[in-house]
Each structure stands twice: as C-alpha cells, then as structure tokens.
Design a protein around this ligand. Structure first.
Ligand SMILES: [Zn+2]
Length: 216
C-alpha cells in the first residue's frame, strides 16, 4: 500500500509524509475517524514508507527488499495486532507480546513499526499495558494506532500519541473507490450517497445489494 493509492485524506497524509521525510517520527500516532474511511490503509502506507530503503516521491518504492517483504507480509520489523475474529477485545497478552517484540533491535530496517488496528477494542488492562511502552518507547519503535474515535481510548494513552484525525470522505471520493473496484458510475454515485463518507461502508452496501440480487 502506498499513500498514492489512498483515496482522500490529503492533509493527514501530507503530515505523515513530511514527518517521515524529515525523519522526525513520533513514537506513536493515533489515527482516528469513523469506520471504513481508510485509517488502516493510511497506517499501512505510512508503515511501508517508514521501512522503505529508497522512497520515491514521499512514498514506499515498492521495489526494495523492505517493500518486497512488506508486500508479502514477511517484513521482520513490521507487526500488526488486531482483535481476534471470535473476540470482542484485543487481549492484554497480545499487547505484552507486542511490547516484548518492540523492545528488541530491528532486524532489517532502522525502525520497528507496530500497527494496532482498532485500538478502541483494547481492553482497559491492555491499554494500561500499552501505556508502559508509550511512556518509555524503545528508540526505534513507531506505533500506529487506529481507532473509531480518540475518546474511546484512555486519556493517558491518547495523550502520548500524536493525534491524526481523519474525516469522512466526500461522496465523489467514495464513488471513485467503487468505480475503481468495477462498479458502474451511476451505481457508484447512488451507493456513495448512502455511505456517510465511508468507502468501507459503501463496499459493504454494494455487497449486500449483490447478495440480495443473488437470493432473489
Ligand atoms: Zn522500498
């Protein structure tokens, strides 16, 4: 995933690009905004940019050894934690494991990047466990949290992350995402109007529609 592949979120992306270009990265970022607007995509693109050895135009090059590993999901300095499908929360064990991993030296890159996707699902004990890492972050570590709203996290956790607020997309941008996925422009416009600025929601709506059509 590259920033260039993300639809919308220009302001947030510009800020992250500049931080990466200047190598002035915060230890933790909190990307917050409604579900389905692209927070995870931006986090993935930022992680790729941070790990890439030869960035091109502010983006991961998609060709170096790091980018190849990131794309294959095998980069040793990148980890993603999310809620297990059968659970309602992200468990404290997952956070402890991540903290142990972050404390080790990077194996391949200069940095280690950890994405906590859906950080609002962190249980309170898990958030408190994370706090230890946020208070004394290992020098090479960059944590990228995504959450439906910053207010869903403990103030102590929130205050140690750089806030990156992301807004719903305009309907035209949502429609662009659907067209890129093969929807006819008229149908894309209709679905986008219903999607409240969330491409993820629009895609789900279009899936529902197709399922209904198949069932009929
Ligand atoms: Zn690269």
């Amino acid at each position: 995933m590259r920033f260039a592949d993300v639809v919308g979120h220009g302001r947030a992306i510009e800020r992250l690009r500049r931080a990466a270009a200047a190598d002035r990265l915060a230890a933790a970022y909190l990307l917050s905004g409604p579900p389905g607007i692209g927070k995870r995509l931006v986090a993935d693109a930022f992680a790729a940019r941070i790990l890439c050895a030869a960035p091109v135009a502010g983006d991961a090059c998609q060709a170096c050894a790091h980018c190849t590993r990131v794309a294959a999901g095998t980069h040793p300095d990148l980890r993603t934690v999310e809620r297990d499908a059968e659970r309602r929360d992200i468990r404290i064990e997952q956070v402890r494991e991540l903290a142990r991993w972050l404390a080790l030296q990077p194996l391949m890159a200069h940095r280690k990047v950890a994405i906590i996707d859906g950080a609002h699902c962190l249980s309170e004990p898990a958030q408190n466990a994370l706090l230890k890492t946020l208070e004394e972050p290992p020098p090479s570590a960059v944590l990228l949290l995504t959450a439906a709203a910053a207010a869903l996290l403990l103030p102590t956790v929130r205050s140690r992350c750089q806030a990156v607020r992301m807004d719903p997309l305009p309907p035209e941008a949502v429609a662009r995402v659907l067209v890129a996925r093969g929807a006819a422009p008229e149908r894309a416009a209709l679905l986008a109007a219903e999607a409240e600025g969330s491409p993820g929601r629009a895609v789900a709506l279009s899936g529902d529609e197709e399922a209904r059509a198949r069932a009929a």
